[in-house]
Design a protein. Structure first.
Length: 665
């Protein structure tokens, strides 16, 4: 069954009530929407028509001078009466249709007022020609005013009838009557047809406008839906990281411009991996959904925003007046999750329910305020909360030397770290899925305080980069890797993370070459991991340094591919030996959308000719998926955890051939 445009518009109009509108109702809407324009057109039309009508008094004087006084009097009476009546209607706010009727009546009366006295003239020949101007009234009814078709047809028909009555009185010549009668009938038919077309065209324009509005609304709705989807976490329905980042930026601008304080809370579900492994991914998802709803409900009285920041980590943003408010919000977040009493039997810390650890930071006066620092502070506080036994709350303390970015204590510690053996390396194995053997490792740096407390890399690495100590630490790490692992030929290749500052430093490649020569290790045994990020600009110094390193045989790997903004440009500019796909893509691989994205990324990298290493393998299912995708190498806790060199010695039988897990030593 085909639909007319009217049907389509009626079906597509938004809202159930509007969809039920009949064609008559739709026309009523058309008339209502056009009402203001019609009223304006009626007033302008009559005020223009009356003067023109009066100006024809000159023609009366020329053609029928003996009755001109009567016709002129009739013209003035009808014209003035019509204008006065219309103005009274406008002031009385009369209906538009009634105003149309007044105009139509004025038009008919104007014709009668002129034709009756004009027929009394003795200038019958002149009058026989003069009557042709009566067609103007017919045209006016159909074309000049915006009457609806029925009213214009009635008015023009009445003019036609009056004309034929006058014609039979003025002229008895049958040929004259046929000739001018045919002319009048032709004018009547033509103008009526044009009026019908004009009315239909106006209505069609209205329908097209309605359809355009419907399509625009649908497009806007689709855009809003897409925007909502792009800003919504598909599992929990909370704001996702993109949406939260936008809200954070807005609040930060409010803090910078108006000093409107706000706090950031990072919430991490304790021992969630154990929960996921024991109860299964579906139960894990249900757990996250319940936690998300509970957090959202608990924050309603604080007017806070809750979002999922990734994996089992959530984020809350709220305004505050005092630090006490921050503590209350953080404790509410922790307590409400614990009160859920969601059973978690795999914990071994004396608690058997799902809990969360909360780290919080807040806006305050600082020498160099940055939003990224605020998030980093909340992350540090969360780290301390987890390190202190979990199911606890930690508020970032800017007075704590371990927390302060610019404290001299941490910088001083880094200056003596190598001398005092406070810095060390651990090695995480890399498994080749083709050979099922461990054929590589990643060296990871660790720093401890004088009392043995570990300092997170997220704290000391940025300080090392800002103070320049990263140069000495980096070269020490390269030399240590060569001495501890590569020199004894226990493994084919070891990767070391390289800071952009090192690559930009003159003489870095020369220093690396000197280390390789001193230790006696081939450059092909060493790989440098470069993390994709905005802080790494692709200037000529960096490209030259990478070229020099590759000349030494050193392999260049791209780390955490997909988490930054320059990945594709890097693949084009640098011939990477291996590309490491960030673990977030693997962890999303249990969903159809996540798996499709992972496949697309793998296909992109393969088309560039690079080897692929996927990090973050934590389950057998993830390892199976990567085998199906023909990944070259994998890395993660399921393959092997980072371990000191003493436990990492890859002697024969140190690793299980099937799982890649280390045997106890």
């Amino acid at each position: 069954m085909t639909h007319t445009l009217v049907d389509v518009v009626e079906l597509d109009l938004l809202g159930d009530e509007t969809r039920k509108q009949s064609k008559d109702s739709l026309r009523s809407i058309f008339l209502e929407e056009a009402d203001a324009k019609r009223r304006k057109a009626i007033r302008q039309g009559l005020w223009l028509a009356v003067p023109i009508y009066l100006m024809f008094s000159i023609t009366d004087l020329l053609l029928v001078p003996d009755v001109a006084a009567h016709t002129m009097f009739a013209r003035f009476v009808v014209g003035i009466a019509a204008l006065l009546t219309l103005e009274m209607q406008i002031r009385a706010n009369a209906k538009t249709n009634h105003m149309d009727i007044v105009c139509a009546t004025a038009l008919i009366c104007g014709y009668i007022g002129w034709v009756i006295p004009a027929m009394m003239t003795t200038y019958s020949l002149n009058m026989s020609y003069y009557m042709v101007f009566g067609a103007i009234f017919m045209m006016g009814a159909n074309l000049f005013f915006t009457f609806n078709f029925q009213l214009s047809l009635f008015a023009s028909s009445l003019v036609l009838v009056i004309y034929f009555a006058a014609l039979s009185y003025i002229h008895e010549d049958i040929y004259y009557q046929i000739s001018f009668g045919t002319f009048y009938v032709s004018c009547f038919i033509f103008t009526s047809y044009v009026n019908l077309r004009l009315n239909r065209e106006r209505y069609q324009v209205f329908l097209n406008a309605v359809e355009a509005k419907v399509q625009q609304r649908q497009a806007e709705q689709r855009g809003e839906d897409l925007l909502r989807l792009s800003n919504t976490d598909p599992l929990t329905g909370l704001d996702n990281r993109r949406a939260i980042d936008g809200r954070l930026r807005q609040l930060w601008d409010g803090w910078i411009n108006e000093q409107r304080n706000f706090a950031v809370f990072l919430i991490d579900v304790d021992f969630f991996k154990k929960y996921n492994d024991y109860y299964g991914h579906q139960e894990g998802d249900r757990c996250l959904i319940q936690v998300a709803r509970t957090l959202q409900d608990s924050m309603s009285r604080f007017d806070a925003v809750i979002g999922r920041y990734g994996g089992e980590e959530f984020i809350a943003i709220a305004r505050f007046q005092t630090e006490r408010d921050i503590e209350d919000i953080a404790e509410t977040l922790r307590q409400t999750v614990e009160d859920m009493s969601l059973v978690h039997e795999r914990r071994r810390d004396g608690t058997s329910v799902i809990t969360v650890s909360v780290g919080a930071s807040y806006t305050r006066h600082q020498a160099d305020p940055k939003l990224e620092r605020l998030i980093n502070e909340a992350d540090r506080a969360l780290y301390l909360a987890k390190a202190n036994g979990r199911n606890t709350v930690k508020l970032f303390d800017p007075k704590d030397p371990l927390n302060s970015d610019d404290t001299e204590n941490v910088a001083a510690l880094l200056n003596i770290a190598i001398e005092k053996n406070l810095v060390s390396l651990v090695y995480q194995p890399i498994k080749n899925l083709s050979s099922e053997q461990i054929d590589g490792a990643e060296a990871l740096m660790r720093l401890r305080l004088l009392d043995g407390t570990l300092v997170p890399p997220s704290i000391f690495i940025p300080i090392a980069e800002r103070t320049g100590v990263i140069m000495d630490l980096g070269l020490w790490a390269i030399r240590t890797v060569c001495q501890q692992v590569l020199r004894c030929d226990s493994i084919s290749v070891v990767s070391v993370n390289v800071s952009p500052i090192q690559l930009k430093s003159p003489g870095f490649a020369t220093s690396v070459a000197a280390i390789l020569g001193d230790v006696g290790v081939a450059g092909g045994r060493l790989a440098f991991e470069i993390t994709e990020g905005l802080e790494m600009d692709m200037n000529s110094d960096v490209l030259h340094c990478i070229s020099d390193l590759k000349t030494l045989g050193i392999r260049i790997w791209l780390d955490d591919f997909g988490t930054g903004f320059a990945g594709l440009s890097w693949l084009r500019l640098i011939d990477f030996d291996t590309v490491k796909i960030d673990k977030s893509f693997l962890h999303d691989g249990h969903t159809a959308r996540g798996r499709a994205m992972l496949k697309d990324i793998i296909g992109l990298i393969r088309n560039c000719g690079h080897r692929i290493l996927v990090e973050g393998v934590e389950t057998a299912e993830q390892l199976t998926l990567l085998r199906e995708l023909n990944i070259d190498q994998v890395q993660g806790y399921y393959v092997g955890r980072p371990a000191p060199v003493e436990k990492f010695r890859l002697e024969k039988g140190s690793y299980l051939p099937r799982t890649g897990l280390m045997r106890p030593l």
